[in-house]
Design a protein around this ligand. Structure first.
Ligand SMILES: [Zn+2]
Ligand SMILES: [Zn+2]
Length: 130
């Protein structure tokens, strides 16, 4: 049984690693993994485990009751700051040198060390600004 859960979790993680920064509902993930026999409740269980480990971030959108889960533990995600669009829900990576400038600035001027992996800057993306 334990082995089965491990295998299931591996499949689950592989899927998420393939879709970093993409806000997905538990239902969407369950549908994508339906051929793997992973139930919606298993998806929820895995998501809440990963959330507790800080690997998944939960979000909601204005005017929408769905809860979205986003995988934020991909290697490319660890060093950068994330920009999240409040309208379309897309996440963008701030270029590393820009992110560094901002965090260095905060460190210097506020004596505060930013936890980049857990920091999201919310706003409106260029596609939604029109
Ligand atoms: Zn990222
Ligand atoms: Zn947008």
């Amino acid at each position: 049984m334990a082995k089965y859960i491990t295998k299931q979790r591996r499949i689950f993680l592989d899927y998420l690693e393939f879709h970093p920064d993409e806000p997905l509902t538990a239902k969407q993930i369950a549908e994508a993994l339906s051929s793997e026999n992973i139930s919606v409740s298993a998806v929820y269980r895995n998501l809440s485990d990963l959330e507790a480990e800080g690997k998944v971030r939960r979000s909601t959108r204005v005017g929408n009751r769905e809860t979205y889960f986003q995988y934020v533990d991909a290697d490319a995600c660890k060093a950068c700051l994330h920009l999240s669009c409040k309208k379309c829900g897309k996440t963008f990576h701030m270029c590393a040198s820009n992110a560094k400038k901002i965090t260095e600035n905060i460190k210097m001027n506020e004596s505060f060390v930013v936890d980049s992996q857990n920091t999201v800057i919310y706003g409106i993306c260029v596609g939604c600004k029109k």
